[in-house]
Design a protein around this ligand. Structure first.
Ligand code: GDP
Ligand code: MG
Length: 440
């Protein structure tokens, strides 16, 4: 669910009570969507239980229909697990701020070091990168390349001093930063392909030696179901203050975000979204919740809400047509609804049975609505209720008042009267098709 879509769902004026079977059906869809998004099974189970409890509890909003209520609860709970508010990087009261990176080999630590440095430089900081990954032959060199791209210095062991001793390198780097007035120290560390005791111990030793302000656990968002075990192992072995999700570009569904945040209780602070140093941003729990909900079968919920909306709305309108109480104000209201719906145009196209509706939305021109709005607002209440009052001089006054022409006023009134007439006929014989939505 994108934000706009959530808003649209909230705006649908349908009513309904939440029954246990509504909740079960919806929760089932959500469970499937989350599993599809690679959220760990236990996390999904716990999550759906919480949602079910809340949905059947008292704190539901009766103004929303069942599907919407559940979607709202799901969204809130997702944001909760993901940390609620966006968590900012913690800086030391007295510089330098020490940031240590930990994670498996290939998680994206070295790349992140460069991204973080570049981001900090833009913010007026003077970071230094520290090569405390002395495991892989090329690791130091890789960090130097990244540092060059970010335009920041790299502290690395020199022959005869610190080679093979990452703890010493890290400690020396902090001293170096103090004397050279670097206000942030970013320590890159070694990872292994899998969770490994020696690696954990090395990272824990580095942590003990330099007492970082932040230990960022970097995890590949594509890792899927392995995310939980990996995150737990790092929490026990090294512990960390925050999480960075990397490779959140491409097809990554972000289920790992939910798993890791839920299992460790640590906030996700940044998202890495590509190989370039600029593919990097603070992590926003609400946006991630939207991203997770966007996937899988969650679209079904929207469809359900949409159907409920159509039925209620149609019934109400049908009554107005049949009893000849459809007014220009109703007409305007309907057009405004169209505008709301314009924003979900794209989503509608993906829903079965919505093809025709989508076509009508495609033809909808919002500037036309602005004019229609102006014209109807320039009418007196009596005129709005009874279009028969609209003689030539009234139409001229309305055209002037709304900054349009008499021709445009005429066109609008004709369209309205045609719609009302047509719908009256239809209403007597069957269910109307979204009145007022013909060619505008
Ligand atoms: P490290 O072993 O943890 O230091 O991981 P690296 O920083 O060396 O990254 C491993 C690989 O993943 C490299 O090829 C990076 O270019 C790539 N990489 C890192 N971050 C991202 C990201 O956010 N998106 C994508 N697509 N690739 C990334
Ligand atoms: Mg590395």
């Amino acid at each position: 669910l994108s934000e706009r879509l959530t808003d649209t769902l909230k705006n649908l004026r349908t009513k309904g009570k939440l029954s246990a079977s509504d909740v079960d059906g919806t929760v089932r869809e959500i469970r499937r969507a989350l599993l599809d998004a690679d959220v760990a099974f236990d996390v999904v189970k716990q999550f759906t239980n919480t949602v079910r409890e809340r949905a059947l509890g008292d704190d539901v909003n009766r103004a929303l229909n069942p599907a919407q209520q559940v979607v709202q609860i799901v969204n809130e709970e997702l944001v909760n697990i993901l940390g609620g508010e966006q968590r900012r990087l913690q800086f030391a009261k007295r510089p330098p701020t020490i940031i240590m990176l930990a994670g498996l080999q290939g998680a994206g630590k070295t790349t992140l070091a460069g991204k973080l440095a570049k981001w900090l430089v833009k913010d007026g900081h003077t970071p230094v990168l520290v090569a405390a990954d002395l495991q892989r032959p090329n690791a130091v060199n890789q960090l130097q390349v990244v540092g060059g791209q970010a335009g920041v210095p790299v502290f690395a062991p020199e022959p005869g001093n610190g080679v093979g001793n990452p703890v010493k390198v890290a400690k020396d780097a902090v001293k170096y930063a103090e004397t050279k007035l670097h206000d942030v120290v970013i320590v890159d560390t070694a990872g292994r392909l899998g969770v490994d005791r020696d690696m954990m111990k090395q990272a824990a030793d580095i942590r003990k030696a330099i007492d970082p302000d932040e230990v960022l656990f970097v995890i590949d968002a594509m890792i899927g179901q392995d995310a939980v075990a990996t995150a737990k192992a790092f929490q026990e072995g090294v512990d960390f203050t925050g999480v960075v999700l990397s490779k959140l570009d491409g097809d990554a569904r972000g289920g790992a975000a939910l798993s890791v945040a839920s299992v460790t209780g640590r906030p996700i602070i940044f998202a890495s979204t590509g190989e370039s140093l600029d593919d990097f941003e603070p992590f926003y729990p609400d946006r991630m919740a939207s991203r997770i909900l966007d996937l899988g079968d969650i679209l079904t919920l929207i469809e359900q809400a949409q159907e409920a909306f159509d039925e209620d709305e149609a019934r109400e309108m049908a009554e107005k047509f049949a009893t000849d109480t459809f007014t220009l104000e109703d007409f305007l209201k309907q057009m405004q609804q169209l505008k709301n719906m314009g924003s979900i145009k794209k989503m509608m196209g993906m829903l079965p049975g919505m093809g025709q509706m989508k076509q009508q939305l495609e033809n909808f021109d919002e500037s036309e609505l602005v004019r229609t709005e102006a014209i109807i607002q320039s009418m007196t209440p009596a005129e709005r209720r009874n279009s028969k009052l609209l003689n030539g001089s009234r139409r001229l006054r309305i055209a002037r008042g709304s900054g349009t022409t008499v021709t445009e006023v005429n066109a609008l009134v004709n369209r309205f009267e045609q719609a009302a007439k047509m719908m009256k006929t239809v209403a007597k014989g069957g269910v109307p098709q979204m009145p007022g939505m013909g060619p505008i």
